[in-house]
Design a protein around this ligand. Structure first.
Ligand code: ADP
Ligand code: MG
Length: 238
């Protein structure tokens, strides 16, 4: 079954067209990576899928449902950003519980969900800590925890690791791969880092100037790049 389907999706800011008739299909439970240089439209595409940015044209479906005009909060999508913007005055528990609290979910349900997410993210011993008492990697995990408790159909990651140092990035990359294996939800991960794309993806979407260059499994792109841009970007000697 299709997890996410984009058909002819376009976006203009005023007279400037930044996304050009994008067609992408991601299977349910698949880990897709959007990769391309800075400014190619990765964040804009993700924000359109999340409902944080209106489309100028085309259609977005999530698990077969047309969500193109649907409010962000009703799409069943959760986004994890690079700047994790945790509430500094709230504990780890309350940061993760926040969206459920404002949705007035019952206390017992909130506790169950936050504890389950903390378990997955190895934050159980830190639930009463404040963000300032955590390492960068732990803070990023809290940000991911905030997405997990909402039980979204789709997780969207916008360069979530780019503020972390190289060593931590590798560790967190493995954590995200583990999270995907464990939760099995459809995920889209945006990065300008080829290594991240190659190691995480079931399917890579290569973008250049708002145009899809190629879609395929990492090895497929590596072995059979459609053009010089893909070859150069994925790093094959083609
Ligand atoms: P990426 O995430 O791949 O770095 P973006 O999606 O942020 O790229 O940006 C794609 C293009 O759209 C860039 O040319 C950027 O300047 C432009 N852009 C993004 N957001 C806006 C906006 N709110 N208003 C005008 N132009 C924008
Ligand atoms: Mg971006």
């Amino acid at each position: 079954m299709s997890g996410i389907k984009l058909t002819g999706v376009s976006k203009s800011f005023g007279a400037m067209k930044v996304i050009h008739d994008v067609d992408i299909e991601i299977e349910q439970g698949e880990f897709a990576v959007f990769v391309g240089p800075s400014g190619c439209g990765k964040s804009t595409l993700l924000r359109m899928i999340a409902g944080l940015e209106e489309t100028t044209g085309g259609e977005i479906r999530i698990e077969a449902e047309d969500v193109t005009r649907k409010e962000a909060s009703k799409r069943g999508v959760a986004m994890v950003f690079q700047s994790y913007a945790l509430y500094p005055h709230l504990s780890v528990f309350d940061n993760m519980a926040f969206s459920l609290s404002i949705a007035r979910r019952p206390k017992a349900e909130i506790e169950t969900k936050v504890k389950a997410a903390a378990e997955i993210l190895r934050l159980t011993d830190y639930l009463s800590h404040k963000p300032s008492q955590l390492s960068g990697g732990q803070r990023q995990r809290v940000a991911i925890g905030r997405a997990i408790v909402r039980e979204p159909r789709v997780f969207l990651f916008d360069e979530p690791l780019s503020n972390l140092d190289a060593e931590l990035r590798v560790k967190m990359r493995m954590e995200i791969a583990r999270l995907h294996r464990q939760i099995g939800a459809t995920m889209i991960y945006v990065t300008h880092d080829q290594v991240e794309a190659m190691t995480l993806a079931d399917k890579i979407v290569v973008l250049k100037s708002g145009v899809v260059q190629q879609v395929g499994a990492p090895l497929e792109l590596y072995r059979n790049p459609d053009n010089m841009f893909v070859a150069g970007f994925i790093g094959s000697p083609a």
